[in-house]
Design a protein around this ligand. Structure first.
Ligand SMILES: CC(C)(COP(=O)(O)OP(=O)(O)OC[C@H]1O[C@@H](n2cnc3c(N)ncnc32)[C@H](O)[C@@H]1OP(=O)(O)O)[C@@H](O)C(=O)NCCC(=O)NCCS
Length: 394
């Protein structure tokens, strides 16, 4: 058995996240493959020592690989005019897709199969809507209830199970927005965001440099009165859900020896990753088991973590995960979790988010937790799939 190699993160970039809306969305005229192409191009520009032909694999996650997102990892690569000799593939396991792509990339590097990989995720939930082209195997409904599958319904069920109040969810969402606005204003996202040309609501072209959804002054009183679009008399509203979004994220990962050979610098390596399945009707609590497995297998715990990135699909599931795992305070504001905001403010382009939170985790660790050894990123996914990734300072 050959010794495992170390996999280091060389760079991470993302597009701004825009509303997935055919009138109001800043990327209404931009295809998801174009978002990905912007990142492929930017990555080589930022890292001139890495040539496109040196890339040995490209793994891209998307939650709905149909229509414009059908094998988007490969087709966007070809459409960017990059070398056809580089293999590229598209990976799908719903929201964790971008994180699964990153984990697969790290595993391939660690086993020595390849030395340089690009991994990431992309989604445009307006051009390829959530659940579009879905054709369920009806046999599965012997085991799970179809009416419990919609994402909003799962968030409602988690709120009920864990007795998460509307006040706590709204407080959580408001802090997510305040944190994101502060991070944006302080220029924290400058290192990760690659601006992309888009369109304003009135149709004028402009360079999109920031995430569209962030609310600088969340109206807490209004948020508390917003009704559930998912369930009559429910408690989860648009204000406490992640919005429909479009965006892409990309990471450049390498074996440590290759990075040293190319004279590239790095600060963090992929340390460990876990996945867990759970009941799809409460898919949002999936990270509880994924992170428990990660802690059990590494002997680490919440106290050992610096920054924690938890994808905020909904406020209810986020709070349930934070409280069950004792990742932070019981209520926002938090010390470790999503201190630059989360999906409730930054958006959640399904297959992108798993890669996006690793990109942000790397930047948060470097900027705000320079002495800490470990950082954690975790997210839930439709149909009951959750992933967790541990990064480690080198
Ligand atoms: C909740 C949801 C149904 C709302 O969708 P929608 O009806 O298209 O609505 P929008 O997101 O455009 O928001 C509706 C309105 O509420 C407003 N609103 C949303 N959050 C708000 C807040 N915090 N404060 C004030 N107003 C808010 C919006 O501004 C919007 O009005 P506008 O278009 O005039 O700006 C949709 O965002 C959704 O399905 N989210 C979950 C996505 C999901 O399941 N992801 C997977 C998770 S695993």
């Amino acid at each position: 058995m050959t010794k495992l190699k170390e996999c280091v993160f060389i760079d991470g970039v993302r597009t701004p996240n825009a509303r997935a809306h055919n009138e109001k969305g800043w990327f209404k005229n931009v295809r998801p493959d174009e978002l990905l192409s912007a990142l492929y191009t930017a990555m080589f520009k930022r890292n001139p020592k890495v040539k496109p032909e040196d890339i040995e694999a490209v793994f891209i996650g998307t939650a709905n690989p149909s229509g414009m997102q059908n094998d988007i990892g490969r087709l966007a690569w070809i459409a960017t005019g990059l070398p056809l000799s580089v293999p590229s593939q598209t990976i799908c396991n719903q929201c964790p897709s971008g994180m699964s792509a990153t984990m697969d990339a790290a595993r391939a590097i660690r086993t020595g199969e390849v030395d340089i990989i690009l991994a990431g995720g992309v989604e445009d939930m307006e051009k390829v809507p959530m659940g579009a082209n879905m054709d369920f195997p009806m046999r599965m409904f012997q085991y799970i209830k179809p009416e419990e599958l919609p994402m909003g319904m799962t968030a409602e069920k988690v709120a009920e199970m864990y007795k998460i109040s509307v006040d706590d969810m709204v407080n959580f969402a408001a802090h997510s927005n305040l944190n994101a606005a502060k991070a944006r204003n302080e220029g924290k996202f400058k290192n990760e965001i690659i601006p992309v040309m888009g369109k304003k609501e009135d149709g004028t072209d402009f360079l999109v440099e920031n995430d569209q959804w962030i609310r600088d002054k969340p109206d807490v009183a209004k948020m508390k009165t917003m009704e559930s679009p998912f369930k009559q008399g429910g408690v989860v509203s648009a204000a406490t859900s992640s919005p429909l979004t479009a965006g892409a994220a990309l990471l450049l990962m390498m074996s440590r020896e290759k990075a040293d050979k190319l004279g590239l610098s790095y600060s963090y390596k992929y340390s460990f990753g876990t996945q867990a399945g759970n009941d799809p009707s409460v898919m949002g609590i999936g990270p509880i088991e994924a992170v428990k497995r990660l802690f059990a297998k590494t002997g680490l715990g919440p106290k050992d973590m610096g920054a924690i990135e938890l994808n905020e699909a909904f406020a209810s599931q986020s709070l349930a995960v934070i409280r069950e795992l004792k990742l932070d305070n019981d209520n926002a504001p938090f010390k470790k979790v999503n201190t630059w905001g989360g999906a409730m403010a930054l958006g959640h382009p399904l297959g992108e988010s798993g890669a996006r939170i690793i990109v942000t985790l790397l930047n948060r660790m470097k900027a705000d937790y320079p002495k800490e050894k470990y950082g954690l990123a975790t997210l839930c996914g439709g149909f009951g799939n959750a992933n967790a990734v541990l990064i480690e300072k080198v």
